[in-house]
Design a protein around this ligand. Structure first.
Ligand code: NAD
Length: 565
C-alpha cells in the first residue's frame, strides 16, 4: 500500500468542531467517520489501513483514501459517491434525499466467492476486505461491541445461572478490536475472565484502555489469580500471553474446567487472522510472507486442536459457544471435523429472540468531538424509555467503565416496538436527538449507525442466521432488501459487504448511517430508516416462523403480506 497518506498523518483521527471541510454535514459525517475508523486510538493497525477483525480495511490503498477525501470535500448535496471495495469509482447527480455515499465491499459471484479467489484479486489491488464496520466507516473501537458482548453474557447468565456471572470463570482468547471487549463484558456481569492472546501488545492495550485488569506471567499464574477472585466472588479479568490452543490443552491436562469457554481470535481468516501454535507472532508473520501454504496448514492444525479442546471442555461440563468467528466452519470445511458444530453459535443460543423484535446494536457518534453531547444523548435515551431498567443499568455501566475512543460514541440495543406510539423505538430516539441538535442542546450533528450484525441485515449461516427455524440460513435476499429499503428510506451512507465476521463466501451484510443535523430532512430520513431497518428484522424472522417476531409484528402493526392471523 505504500507509505501512509500525509493527510492521515495530519488528521490522526476525525476532525471535530463546527467548521466543515465539506459542502454539507452528510458529506462531512462520511469524512469524519472514515477518519475516525483510522484513528490510531480506534483502529488496530491504521498505518496499514486495517481497522479490526483480521484485515478489515477502511480504504483499499492510501491513494484511494486520499481520493475518497477529495471527492467527499467537493461532493454536492444532491450527488452520490460510489465506493467499490474501498476505492472511489464514480459520482452521480441523484437528489438531496438520496444517500451521499454508496459502498460495496468484497462481494464476489457465488462460484468464485472464496478466499483463494479473493486473495488473488487482493494481491492485484482489485478488491478489499471490508469486514463489517471497517469498510463502511462505522467502527467506533472496542466500545462498539461491548454492549453486545455484555448482553450475550447476561443472557447466558440468565439461562444457566442466577442472572449474573458471580463466582463463574469464562475462558476465551483474542484481545483484538472486538475480542478485547470480552474481559470487561465478563466483569460487568460480575464474573472472572481468563483470555489468551498471542500478541502481548494487544494485552497491554486492553489494560491501558480499561478493558482488562491484569496480565499473568504464565498459564499457572492466570489460573491461580482467577481462582482467587472466583472464590472471593469478585469480578476479575486477566490476559495471558499464550496461544489459545495451548491454554485450553493445559487446562485439560491439569483437570481444570472453567464454567464457560468461547473464543474471539480471528479464526475466520486462517491466513491473516489466526496464529498457529509453536511460533512467536514475528516468526509466524515471517512464515506467512515466505510460505503462505505452510502457514495455512499450521494455522488450521492449531484450530483443530483448539476446537477439540473446546469440545472436550464441554464434555467435562463447561458451557461452550462459538463467538462468531467461524472457527467451527473452518475445521469442518478444512479438517473434516464432523463434530465441530456440537457446540452452538452465540446467535441461536443467546441473541435471536432480540433480533425477532428488531433489536440490535444501534450506535451513534458526536461529530462535535465533545463528550458532553453524548452525555446529553444518554439522558435523552433514559428520559424516553424510563421503564427500561436494563437500559439504565447499561448506560450507568457504560458511563462508569467504558472509555471513549476517537469520536465520543454510545451503543445501545433498541428495537422496533412502537408500543402504540407513532414511531419505532429507534426512530423515537433518533427524532429526539434531531430535536436536541435543532435546539442547540447538542452542539453539532450526531451520526447514527449500527453494526452489520443486526436484526435484519445479515445472511450468515454459521453466525447470525445459524439454524434458522425454516432452514433459510443461506438465503441472502434479506440483507439485499435491507440495503435497498434503507436507500429508499434515505439513509446517508449505505453499504453491502461479503464475508465480515466469518470470512469470504460465508456472509452478506449491510449497514447504514443517518446524520441528525436538526433539519426536517434529517427527521424524515430518520423516521423512515429507523422503521425500515429494525422492521427488516421483524419481517425476516416472522417469515421464518418465529413466534416472537409474529408477536412483534402484531403488536407493532408491521404489515406482512400473506400472513394469515
Ligand atoms: P482482531 O484481528 O482485531 O483480533 C484477533 C486477535 O486474536 C488478535 O489480537 C490476535 O493476535 C489474536 N489471535 C489470533 N490467533 C490466536 C491464537 N491462536 N491464540 C491466541 N490469540 C490469537 O479481530 P477482532 O476484531 O477482535 O475479531 C475477532 C473475531 O471475532 C473475528 O473473527 C471477528 O470476525 C469475530 N467477531 C465477532 C463479533 C461478535 O459479535 N461475536 C463481532 C465482531 C467480530
Amino acid at each position: 500500500d505504500g507509505e501512509p497518506s500525509e493527510q492521515w498523518e495530519e488528521y490522526q483521527g476525525a476532525p471535530t468542531g463546527a467548521d466543515l471541510e465539506c459542502e454539507g454535514w452528510r458529506q462531512e459525517a462520511a469524512l469524519r467517520m472514515l477518519n475516525n475508523n483510522l484513528d490510531p486510538e480506534v483502529a488496530e493497525k491504521p498505518e496499514e489501513l486495517v481497522v479490526y477483525g483480521g484485515t478489515g480495511r477502511a480504504a483499499r490503498s492510501w491513494d484511494a483514501y486520499d481520493a475518497i477525501l477529495s471527492e467527499l470535500r467537493s461532493l454536492a448535496d444532491d450527488e452520490t459517491l460510489l465506493v467499490q471495495s474501498g476505492k472511489p469509482v464514480g459520482r452521480f447527480r441523484t437528489h438531496e434525499r438520496a444517500p451521499r455515499v454508496l459502498i460495496a465491499n468484497s462481494n464476489l459471484v457465488g462460484n468464485w466467492d472464496n478466499w483463494d479467489h479473493f486473495h488473488e484479486l487482493e494481491a492485484e489491488g482489485k478488491i478489499m476486505y471490508g469486514q463489517m464496520t471497517a469498510g463502511s466507516w462505522a467502527y467506533i473501537g472496542t466500545q462498539g461491541i461491548i454492549q453486545g458482548t455484555f448482553e450475550t453474557l447476561a443472557e447466558l447468565a440468565r439461562q444457566h445461572y442466577d442472572g449474573d456471572l458471580t463466582g463463574k470463570t469464562v475462558v476465551t482468547a483474542g484481545l483484538g478490536g472486538m475480542g478485547g471487549a470480552q474481559p470487561l463484558a465478563v466483569t460487568m456481569n460480575q464474573g472472572v475472565c481468563i483470555a489468551a492472546e498471542v500478541d502481548e501488545e494487544r494485552i497491554d492495550r486492553r489494560i491501558d484502555t480499561g478493558y482488562c485488569m491484569e496480565k499473568a506471567d504464565d498459564i499457572e499464574d492466570a489460573i491461580d489469580r482467577a481462582e482467587d477472585a472466583r472464590e472471593a466472588g469478585e469480578p476479575y479479568s486477566v490476559g495471558v500471553h499464550v496461544n489459545a490452543a495451548e491454554l485450553l490443552e493445559t487446562m485439560l491436562e491439569q483437570g481444570y474446567v472453567p464454567d464457560v469457554v468461547t473464543d474471539q481470535t480471528s479464526a475466520h481468516d486462517a491466513l491473516e487472522g489466526y496464529y498457529p501454535d509453536g511460533y512467536t507472532v514475528e516468526e509466524a508473520d515471517e512464515l506467512r510472507a515466505d510460505d503462505p501454504d505452510a502457514y495455512l496448514e499450521a494455522s488450521l492444525d492449531t484450530m483443530e486442536r483448539h476446537v477439540d479442546a473446546i469440545l472436550e471442555l464441554q464434555e467435562r461440563g463447561a458451557i461452550a459457544f462459538e463467538y462468531g468467528n467461524n472457527i467451527r466452519g473452518q475445521v469442518q470445511d478444512h479438517r473434516g471435523m464432523d463434530d465441530a458444530f456440537d457446540f452452538p453459535g452465540f446467535v441461536p443460543a443467546y441473541i435471536r429472540p432480540q433480533f425477532c423484535r428488531g433489536k440490535g446494536p444501534f450506535r451513534w457518534a458526536a461529530l462535535s468531538g465533545d463528550p458532553a453531547d453524548i452525555h446529553r444523548t444518554d439522558e435523552a435515551v433514559l428520559e424516553l424509555f424510563p421503564e427500561k431498567d436494563h437500559l439504565r443499568r447499561w448506560i450507568d455501566l457504560a458511563q462508569e467503565q467504558v472509555q471513549f475512543q476517537g469520536l465520543p460514541s454510545r451503543v445501545c440495543w433498541l428495537g422496533y416496538a412502537t408500543d402504540s406510539e407513532e414511531h419505532t423505538e429507534r426512530a423515537r430516539f433518533a427524532l429526539r436527538i434531531n430535536e436536541l441538535v435543532a435546539e442547540g442542546e447538542i452542539s453539532a450533528p450526531i451520526v447514527v449507525t449500527r453494526d452489520h450484525l443486526d436484526a435484519g441485515s445479515v445472511a450468515s449461516p454459521n453466525r447470525e442466521t445459524e439454524a434458522m427455524k425454516d432452514g433459510t440460513d443461506a438465503v441472502a435476499d434479506w440483507p439485499i432488501l435491507n440495503a435497498l429499503v434503507n436507500c429508499a428510506g434515505g439513509a446517508d451512507i449505505v453499504s453491502v459487504h461479503d464475508g465480515g465476521g466469518v470470512g469470504i463466501g460465508n456472509s452478506l451484510h449491510t449497514n447504514n448511517h443517518v446524520v441528525l443535523d436538526g433539519t426536517d430532512l434529517a427527521a424524515e430520513k430518520a423516521a423512515a430508516v429507523f422503521t425500515t431497518d429494525p422492521g427488516m428484522g421483524v419481517i425476516r424472522h416472522a417469515d421464518a416462523g418465529y413466534e416472537e417476531a409474529l408477536d412483534e409484528a402484531a403488536h407493532s402493526n408491521v404489515r406482512i403480506p400473506m400472513y394469515d392471523e
